[in-house]
Design a protein around this ligand. Structure first.
Ligand code: ADP
Ligand code: MG
Length: 919
């Protein structure tokens, strides 16, 4: 590609485009089918297979594979060693069944991961990057995916450049292309033709896909898209890792590892114990006995492992992300879902997030007076009249082109809209001045929140002026004099009056803007050294703009306060304006709280900032780079910080924050890209709702882990009780027979327990989660109390199961009947327990019918578990036996007793104000 080395008109011709009208939609469609979508293909297909293989080889699954192997071995022994075909066959069945379960589990895992990825992709699509193009002669916003060569694109501060383009027009356009060149200083772009052998980094008339616009504006023509762009050629660098483990997933992995170690120990111990038992009972150890022991050990190890935990976890997190999206909070990764629940500091922009961003000029001071403005139909405009100059400056040094014909098209910077609107009411419009009178705009230095001002160079006949507007304290520093009643007054004389005026406006919560002018020479206009030019201003006046607070924010802030989440306001506005609004919204409740200004932050060391940061609630006149320091200072106190931002300069702060929040409507593409949470409606209240959802999801995760682990404890203990307490045959049953078979345990883990656990992911919050403190992010998922409770409940369940088994054995039933009774006692025990697991007090405090999915899954689990004891096929496979009706009744309802009994005890204690969390 050598578009940098040819003339502009030739580039446009080469792509048969037009700078005025762009491509036609038809042409764009044709090119789309020719060049494809504007993406750099990521290697996705390979990883689907990888995920499946991964699922098959997870540590948990490896244990199951070992079980398969040992079961086959035992079957081989039965067949060859003892010629016992019956036993051999049932072992083969068991091995096959475990293999099927491994594949079903891996399949579920795989399916779930792909689904999670798909729904995250879908969520991300909503935040797809957009570009402004000209097509069919109209300006449009389209997804960057649909850009084709020849498209005319417009770029402004905060945009990404989405394809390789040749610049046609630029205005102070500065771009960072560090992803290609490694150089992070912005490069000033222009549209001049370059020599043929110019190096990539020197191609100042080109924009490259993936760079960010940090200043100014530009119009360019797309010359390459997707894989044909410079970055596309070195793709692979760009690939993002989209499957990071979330902190919870990590800690669950650690938890399962620990459980597996413990299980290995218990299994090993009970295996050896069993051998001794056999030796003492029978005087020798037989191969047959060893294999019996092995099958018992397999059952034990399978019972000890929470197989379904990882799958259920990712399901619940994905459900959570979807719930948040419905509430207009878009999370880009599952990890953010849980971080939100732990957030304890929210640093929010003021304008647009806490306020409505509907700005109106209410107070003004022009040419030394605040009289009523009067609208006159003017034939001539005189920039030498300070009153007129104020308005001329307000409309020409303004992003908005508001005129009588388009008063309703209020798109763009709200501050500029307010000024344009105000000026129009006095008879001044940009369009009129530019089209019908002799005013020309030469150059624009756009507003940026660091400089807190904007200026424009204009030409009026043969004279040149710099028009400036911005924060009054900034302009005051650059002002030599001020117009009062038509006369220039030395500003040092007037400064006190001016300051009093400004702070008077600010105390009424008004946003303040000063307007200024300065005559410059033609030479200065061309050379245009911004800093020098902006330094000898004459002030024309001042306006106060009201930006009403959003009504619903007050309630959100009160809720967050209850939830021990601190809200901090960060704004570029005047300290008094900030304070007035903070008070109005309840961020601070009295006047004694001080406001920290950007200047103060500037003078502080990181340590000094850290010392004060926990107590401060309002930061005013700050620049974007202060935001990052505030985040870091809070994080130094181990606070979990959420930070909002909208401009390109906010990106580093958003990335540093634990939760970077970007505005969905008014945010720039760059901030959206660095954010973890996107507010689709730009509203502060959405942050509050997301925090609440985060907490709810976490509570649900904790509940299902409780349920899963309780069941595991119950399974292991019921087998161990059998191993240690049964030393001689009971009735017809050998002392070596395990209480439950391996497949029964797998059934419980994979079906009857994991389905209701998964339904817990859909639970609403119990009580008001916003009455609690945020969870410490590094606290264990289950507190000591809860772990203890899991242990207590699991053990009691095991005792019930064991008692049922002994009763069955003692009444002379067969081994498989006794095991079936134990199995159903366990199934129903945990089905009753699930209603307790979703409550942090007792099961009487939650309406069991509030989660219909839970009821449905519990019913399904109950019926299907009974079914596998009746169906001959499953009898064969799982070693179950049909029972009599009265026994079915008994195993369905008796296991409810311990759960209810414990809850009743707890209620009694609670009524005596004794709180015990551990049972
Ligand atoms: P925030 O977004 O936190 O309210 P800004 O950085 O937008 O703050 O604005 C900071 C200050 O810059 C404002 O108080 C105002 O004085 C000035 N300002 C804001 N917008 C403009 C603009 N479009 N042109 C000139 N000055 C502006
Ligand atoms: Mg702003």
């Amino acid at each position: 590609m050598s578009e940098y080395a040819i003339r502009l008109s030739d580039v446009i011709e080469k792509f048969s485009s037009s700078i005025k009208t762009g491509l036609t939609s038809l042409e764009a469609d044709q090119r789309k089918s020719e060049y494809g979508l504007n993406v750099i293909e990521k290697e996705k297909k390979a990883s689907a297979f990888k995920i499946f293989i991964q699922s098959l080889s997870e540590p948990i699954t490896l244990i199951l594979w070992a079980a398969v192997f040992l079961t086959f071995l035992s079957s081989a022994y039965d067949f060859f060693g003892r010629s016992d075909l019956g036993h051999a066959l049932s072992s083969v069945y068991e091995a096959i069944a475990i293999t099927i379960i491994i594949f079903v589990n891996a399949g579920l895992n795989f399916f779930q991961k792909m689904k999670a990825r798909k729904s995250l992709d879908a969520l991300r699509k909503i935040s797809d990057r957009q570009v402004q193009v000209i097509r069919d002669g109209k300006r449009r916003r389209i997804s960057a995916l649909y850009l084709v060569p020849g498209d005319i694109v417009e770029a402004k501060m905060g945009d990404f450049i989405e394809a390789d383009i040749r610049w046609l027009q630029t205005s102070e356009l500065q771009v960072v292309e560090s992803h290609l060149t490694g150089e992070s200083t912005p490069i000033l772009k222009n549209n001049r033709k370059l020599a043929k052998d110019t190096q990539l980094a020197e191609r100042k008339n080109m924009g490259f896909s993936g760079s960010t616009v940090v200043n100014g504006t530009g119009i360019g023509i797309v010359v390459a898209t997707g894989p044909n762009t410079e970055i596309g050629k070195i793709a692979g660098l760009l690939q993002k890792q989209d499957f990071k483990q979330t902190p919870i997933e990590k800690s669950i992995h650690q938890l399962t590892k620990k459980i597996m170690l413990m299980a290995a120990f218990v299994v090993g111990f009970s295996f050896i114990y069993d051998l001794f038992k056999q030796y003492f009972n029978e005087g020798s150890i037989t191969v047959n006995g060893v294999f019996e022991n092995i099958s018992s050990a397999i059952a034990l190890s399978v019972g000890a492992i929470p197989d379904a935990l990882p799958v259920v976890l990712s399901i619940v997190l994905t459900i959570g992300a979807r719930i948040m999206a419905k509430n207009k909070g878009l999370v880009k990764s599952l990890a953010s879902v849980e971080t939100l629940g732990s957030t304890n500091f929210i640093a929010s922009d003021k304008t647009g997030t806490l306020t409505k961003n509907e700005m109106t000029v209410t107070n003004f001071f022009i040419n030394g007076a605040s009289d009523k403005i009067n609208k006159i139909d003017r034939q001539f405009f005189d920039i030498n009249d300070p009153y007129q100059a104020f308005f001329i400056s307000s409309v020409l040094n303004n992003e908005i082109e508001l005129s009588k014909e388009n008063v309703n098209s209020k798109i763009g910077n709200p501050t500029d809209i307010a000024l344009a609107d105000f000026s129009l009411r006095s008879g001044f419009s940009k369009k009129n001045l530019l089209d019908k009178h002799d005013f020309k705009i030469i150059k624009v230095f756009p507003f940026d929140s660091k400089r807190k001002m904007m200026s424009t160079i204009i030409q009026v006949e043969d004279k040149y002026y710099l028009l400036a507007k911005g924060a009054p304290d900034i302009l005051a520093k650059k002002a030599n004099d001020i117009f009062v009643q038509g006369k220039k007054v030395d500003f040092t004389v007037f400064k006190n009056d001016f300051d009093r005026l400004v702070s008077g406006y600010a105390k009424q919560a008004l946003r303040t803007i000063a307007i200024a002018i300065s005559e410059i020479t033609g030479q200065e206009a061309v050379k245009a050294d911004q800093l020098q030019l902006e330094n000898k201003l004459t002030l024309l006046g001042l306006v106060g703009i009201i930006d009403p607070p959003r009504e619903e924010v007050r309630k959100s802030i009160a809720t967050l306060k209850r939830a021990s989440v601190k809200v901090v306001m960060i704004t570029g506005d005047h300290a008094d304006t900030a304070k007035a609004i903070a008070k109005n919204l309840g961020i601070i409740d009295d006047d004694s709280k001080t406001v920290v200004t950007g200047k103060e932050i500037e003078s502080m060391s990181d340590q000094q900032l850290k010392d004060i940061v926990l107590d401060k609630r309002v930061y005013a006149r700050v620049s974007p780079d202060h935001k990052q320091r505030i985040v870091k200072a809070l994080q130094a106190h181990s606070q979990i910080v959420a930070m909002t931002g909208d401009g390109v300069n906010d990106a580093p702060a958003l990335r540093s924050a634990d939760i970077g929040i970007s505005m969905g409507i008014n945010g720039t593409e760059v901030t959206k890209d660095s954010a973890d949470l996107i507010l689709l409606d730009d509203k502060f209240t959405t942050i509050e709702k997301s925090v609440e959802s985060g907490r709810m999801i976490f509570a649900n995760i904790r509940n299902f882990i409780r349920q899963e682990l309780t069941t595991n404890v119950a399974e292991v203990m019921s087998i161990l009780l059998g191993t240690f307490l049964i030393t001689s045959p009971i009735g017809n049953i050998s002392e070596l027979t395990p209480t439950l078979t391996t497949l029964m345990i797998l059934w419980v883990n994979m079906i009857s327990d994991s389905l209701p656990s998964f339904a817990l992911g859909y639970d609403k919050a119990q009580g008001d989660l916003m009455n609690e403190k945020p969870r410490k992010i590094d606290a264990p998922i289950l507190s000591k109390n809860l772990l203890f409770r899991v242990f207590v409940r699991g053990s009691i369940m095991a005792v019930t199961v064991f008692a049922a088994y002994i009763w069955a054995a003692a009444s002379g039933m067969s081994a498989s009947q006794a095991q079936t009774i134990a199995f159903l006692t366990l199934v129903f025990g945990q089905l009753w327990h699930v209603f307790d697991a979703r409550s942090n007090s007792t099961l009487f405090r939650r309406n069991p019918f509030s989660n219909p999915l839970l009821i449905a899954t519990v019913l399904f689990a109950a019926l299907s578990s009974i079914f596998v004891t009746i169906s001959p096929f499953f009898n064969q496979f799982m070693g179950t036996s049909p029972l009599s009706f009265s026994i079915y009744l008994a195993v369905a309802f008796l296991p409810a007793l311990p759960t209810f009994a414990l809850s009743i005890i707890k209620e009694i204690l609670l009524s005596k104000k004794i709180k015990i969390d551990f049972i």
